[in-house]
Design a protein. Structure first.
Length: 198
C-alpha cells in the first residue's frame, strides 16, 4: 500500500470542505493525511474542525500584510513547517502566490463549471446567484491546478449538476457542494497517483 499523500489545507471559513476530507480519510476512501490547516481568518470554524480532528493549525490573517506577495510568503512559511505533497485550497478566498516549486501541487475547487462564473469576486453564493441570473441549465464544480490567477490553471476534473426550476442560490449551492464532496477526493487521488507517488 502506498504511503498516505500528505496534505496542507488552506481555508477562510466554515471548513465544510475540510470536514469532507477528514471524513473520507477516516472512512478509508482517501489515502491521505492532513499535516496542517492554515486559515486566513482567525475566527474560521474550519480551525475548530481541524483541532477536533487533532490536526495542527496556523492562522495567517490577510489584513496585516501590505500586498498578496508578502501574505503568500507567510502562508508558505506556515505550510513549509510540515512535510507536504499537495496543498489544498478549501474555501480559501485569497490569491495564493505559491513558490514555483509547488506548481502542479496546489489544487483548488470552484463551485461552477470553469471557465464560466470564475475569476476575482466569484466565490460562495455570488457564483450560484450568477448562474441563476444567466438562466444556465446546469452547473457543478471544477477541481483544477491553481496558478497565480483566480480560478485559472489546468482542469483536473469537473462534476455537473442540473439547475432545477425554482432553485434558489442556497438550493443550488447545496447540490453543487454534494458534487464537490465526491470530486475533490477523487481529484486528490488522481493527482497523488500521477504526480506525487509516481
Amino acid at each position: 500500500m502506498n504511503a498516505p499523500v500528505r496534505l496542507g489545507v488552506l481555508l477562510s471559513g466554515s471548513g465544510r470542505t475540510l470536514q469532507n476530507l477528514i471524513d473520507r480519510i477516516s472512512d478509508g476512501s482517501l489515502n491521505a493525511r492532513i499535516e496542517v490547516v492554515v486559515s486566513s481568518n482567525p475566527e474560521a470554524f474550519g480551525l475548530e474542525r481541524a483541532r477536533k480532528a487533532g490536526i495542527p493549525t496556523a492562522t495567517v490573517a490577510r489584513k496585516p500584510f501590505r500586498d498578496p506577495e508578502s501574505h503568500s510568503q507567510e502562508v508558505t512559511r506556515a505550510l513549509e513547517r510540515h512535510p507536504l505533497d499537495l496543498v489544498i485550497l478549501a474555501g480559501y478566498i485569497h490569491l495564493f502566490l505559491f513558490p514555483q516549486k509547488w506548481a502542479g501541487r496546489v489544487l483548488n475547487i470552484h463551485p461552477a463549471l470553469l471557465p464560466e462564473f470564475g475569476g476575482k469576486g466569484f466565490y460562495g453564493q455570488k457564483v450560484h446567484e450568477a448562474v441563476l441570473r444567466k438562466g444556465a441549465k446546469e452547473s457543478g464544480c471544477t477541481v483544477h491546478f491553481a496558478d497565480h490567477q483566480y480560478d485559472h490553471g489546468g482542469v483536473i476534473l469537473q462534476r455537473k449538476v442540473p439547475v432545477l426550476p425554482g432553485d434558489t442560490p442556497e438550493m443550488l449551492a447545496e447540490r453543487v457542494f454534494q458534487a464537490e464532496c465526491e470530486a475533490f477526493p477523487e481529484a486528490i487521488r488522481k493527482v497523488a497517483a500521477e504526480v506525487v507517488l509516481s
